[in-house]
Design a protein around this ligand. Structure first.
Ligand SMILES: Cc1cc2nc3c(=O)[nH]c(=O)nc-3n(C[C@H](O)[C@H](O)[C@H](O)COP(=O)(O)OP(=O)(O)OC[C@H]3O[C@@H](n4cnc5c(N)ncnc54)[C@H](O)[C@@H]3O)c2cc1C
Length: 226
């Protein structure tokens, strides 16, 4: 599950322009300043009997977030950030998991229909790649369609088949990149949200740098020109 909020300050806030991640104890939280006066935050957790009603209201959700962050010994400013934040009507959202293996074999396109964006590769909030990947999809999709349609007469002979062909090309180009993103979200989520003491030890001693490198390297990708 994930919850999120945005805090607007009247004057400049004290958060550094970076991505602060707080992990461990079965939770993941993140704080990202959007401007000098606004800060975005999120918290993800694994739904269980113990926490099943925490998203009944904004107040309960904030209390839950604050309790967990206090356990992680965050600063007083972070607690204030949650207290003051605006939260929309959607207090929490279940995170969807699509197995990378299912994407390996399932159809991305059929006839003249295809899926793209979150519908193709749902991801977790801390990777910050859902929107970027949707934009990459749109560039590739527009390129494939334009190659198939430019110069041809609208509704002319073979248009339907050309669209089908363009969508197949799109699916081929985007399949592996989508599989990588889903696998990355699962791998990072599994490691970061794991409360097992052994896994926490390995994460803190060995995997933090590896995960940071993955975060930095994933967006370095050229999807080509329109
Ligand atoms: C709080 C938050 C922070 C985020 N931060 C980042 C970030 O920093 N970087 C990043 O890359 N990504 C980020 N994302 C993820 C990003 O917003 C999504 O991955 C991206 O918007 C997915 O694009 P999409 O076009 O696939 O889906 P959407 O943007 O969800 O668009 C789907 C559209 O379809 C419409 N729709 C739904 N059902 C129907 C229907 N039946 N008929 C007609 N229309 C319908 C919806 O109204 C919506 O407009 C964030 C998301 C959230 C919620």
């Amino acid at each position: 599950m994930a919850t999120r909020g945005l805090t607007e300050y009247e004057s400049e806030h004290c958060f550094k322009p970076g991505f602060l991640q707080i992990i461990g104890g079965g939770h993941r939280a993140g704080i990202i300043p959007c401007s000098e006066k606004s800060v975005y935050w999120f918290l993800t957790w694994i739904a269980s009997e113990e926490n099943k009603n925490v998203d009944e209201s904004i107040e309960k959700m904030k209390d839950y977030a604050i309790r967990n962050l206090k356990n992680a010994n965050v600063s007083e400013e972070t607690i204030e950030l949650i207290k003051q934040s605006e939260m929309g009507n959607v207090v929490s959202t279940p995170l969807k998991y699509r197995s990378p293996f299912s994407l390996l074999f399932s159809k991305i396109t059929e006839d003249n229909v295809c899926v793209a964006g979150d519908a193709l590769h749902a991801t977790t909030p801390e990777i910050g790649q859902g929107g970027c990947m949707a934009l990459e999809d749109s560039v590739v999709l527009a390129r494939c369609l334009s190659e198939a349609l430019l110069g041809s007469k609208k509704g002319g002979d073979g248009e339907y088949e050309r669209i089908q062909g363009a969508l197949k090309k799109f699916a081929k180009e985007r399949r592996w990149r989508s599989i990588k993103l889903i696998a990355l979200s699962y791998f990072v989520g599994f490691i970061q949200q794991n409360a097992d003491p052994f896994m926490s030890f390995i994460r803190e001693r060995l995997l933090t740098r590896l995960i940071a490198n993955i975060y930095i390297n994933f967006p370095i990708y050229d999807c080509g020109k329109l």
